[in-house]
Design a protein. Sequence first.
Length: 237
Amino acid sequence: MESHLGIPDSESGKIEEAPDVSPEAEAQGVFATESHYWHRGKDSDGWHIGAAAKVVLSKSGAVIRKNYPDIGVDLTRYDPKMAGRWGKTPPPPEVVDATNNHLFRTATTLKSDEEWRDFLGKGFFIGHDGSEGFDTKRLDANGVARRKSSWSHSMAGIGYDDRPETHRTYGCAAVLILNSWGSNSVVGPRRIRGTDIDIPKGSFWALTKDFNRRAVAFSGANGWARKSLPDLNPGFS
């Protein structure tokens, strides 16, 4: 948000910009998650948001999806084998050095619906792994999916609907959840009520009364300095 608005970084005071990424990296989500997962401390799968938060603050920050030939790591596309390359044995120092340049400065545990709303409203992103499962069909015209079973799975919170009509309809607000299981993992109506905007494929609205556990908001990443143009005519006045 700072780079989009041209606001100096609150910590460094520098004007930053979005990083240069390839179209393929953009299609793959811009940033890699494998480099965080390497620090989970075990070879088996599974992790939780609290431990991941500590890693992005100290060991592996925002890592662009691209090939890193100097350290023998290609993160251009998500690869489960690459995600499991390290675990109980941590990645070597040269890999850590290549992935810790853009650490996050703040990770905040969210304890209320209002905190979800306020952090999303300010452009921060939220990771959630409360183990709540949802129907894979959006059950009404507004794109809401209801609670169903449980998922051992982390998801991203990317939007919040706190409008009075939403409270009148459901008795609470709704959070827009983006799942990582593919564009067809959740199906049904996607149009945001009263607009001409569709929510992303694979996402759904979850009612806040259906979950409120284990969520962390991330903010204050050490970003990419804005490039300055060279002075082609020094001393010009």
